[in-house]
Design a protein around this ligand. Structure first.
Ligand code: GLU
Length: 324
């Protein structure tokens, strides 16, 4: 029987972690080949190729590294892969998923997964997540859905997924939107149709910087006042509630927004920013008037990824249309 080609890359993270010796903290050392050996069932589902592209905690992945992973994934598609799976740490999974999704111009599914329990921990979830991720990657209904995250029996779209718990096995959810699909007895059940995606060209530069600051009660303006001086090319604010900041921050943001793009998202973890509800100084209406853009449902971290990519391909003037 001609099995479909499936390409898997390991980048590190808890799924690849174990202690060097008893009593020590876990570190990424487990290769993609070893991860693959933990899911022997896969042999009957696909012709699998696996590569260990790096072994890092996901906090230390960076955009340059992600661009090289992306080019590896595109090469796998060119070689005939019908699904691509990447294993990595879960700490930044919601950001890497968005990064890849904005740039993934193939119908072939690109699926990210990881684990909350390390390789040798009792009840390790890595093998089950990897097998589920491969099932989703090979499922014909996963085509034209861009990048998705598979964790704990659920499939989440890159645009909505968030890590909403620090240590629980059910650490991932899609606030407001819910999972795109569920895995039931090894079968993938989509709950809704694919969303329309706006894919960006690859960035032509990578040295630009986008800062992200969170509004907090009685915060001073020292850092925000220095954003331009420090050479940032864009700013994302995780604002209060529906996208608000203090009066003190508002004046500074107006000056910054005259020079570089500023996006205001909500720091609440769920829901959208407003557009036309509040009129006080520092409200969304005031900030829009002063040149800032509202992130809508995009969380601050995903808004920062979008802005970095837009600046990288000189499309920052179109930021509003990408936030819609
Ligand atoms: N809990 C994280 C993980 O799942 C910690 C390490 C990391 O993100 O690489 O992998």
């Amino acid at each position: 029987m001609n099995l479909p080609k499936l390409a898997i890359a390991a980048l590190g993270g808890t799924v690849s972690m174990q202690p060097r010796s008893a009593g020590e903290g876990v570190i990424p050392t487990v290769s993609g080949e070893t991860l693959l050996a933990s899911v022997p069932e896969l042999k009957s589902l696909a012709q699998v190729t696996v590569e260990t592209l790096c072994l890092l905690p996901s906090a230390s992945l960076d955009f340059e590294c992600l661009l090289s992973v992306l080019s590896w994934a595109k090469y796998q598609v060119a070689q005939g892969a019908e699904g691509v799976v990447i294993t990595q740490g879960t700490d930044t999974l919601e950001e890497t998923a968005s990064f890849f999704d904005y740039l993934w111009d193939h119908d072939v599914p690109l699926i990210l997964t990881g684990a909350m329990r390390s390789a040798q921990q009792a009840g390790a979830d890595g093998p089950a997540n990897l097998l589920d991720a491969c099932r989703v990657a090979l499922n014909p209904n996963s085509r034209q859905r861009g990048v998705q995250v598979v964790m704990n029996g659920q499939v989440h779209h890159a645009s909505s997924v968030r890590k909403t718990d620090s240590l629980a096995v059910h650490a991932f959810s899609s606030p407001i939107f819910g999972p795109a699909a569920l895995l039931v007895e090894g079968h993938v059940h989509y709950l809704r149709s694919p969303v329309l995606r706006n894919v960006l060209p690859l960035p032509q530069q990578t040295l630009h910087k986008v800062a992200m600051l969170e509004a907090s009660l009685s915060a001073d303006t020292l850092i925000v006042e220095n954003i331009l001086k420090l050479g940032y090319d864009g700013l994302v604010i995780a604002g209060f509630g529906a996208g608000h900041v203090s009066e003190k921050w508002t004046t500074v943001i107006e000056t910054i927004a005259g020079k570089i793009p500023v996006i205001i998202a909500t720091r609440t973890g769920s829901g959208s920013t407003a557009q036309a509800s509040y009129g006080f100084v520092g409200s969304e209406m005031d900030l829009i008037r002063k040149g800032a853009h509202m992130a809508g449902f995009l969380c601050p971290r995903k808004a920062r990824i979008l802005l970095w990519l837009l600046i990288g391909c000189q499309r920052q003037d179109e930021v509003t249309s990408y936030l819609e």
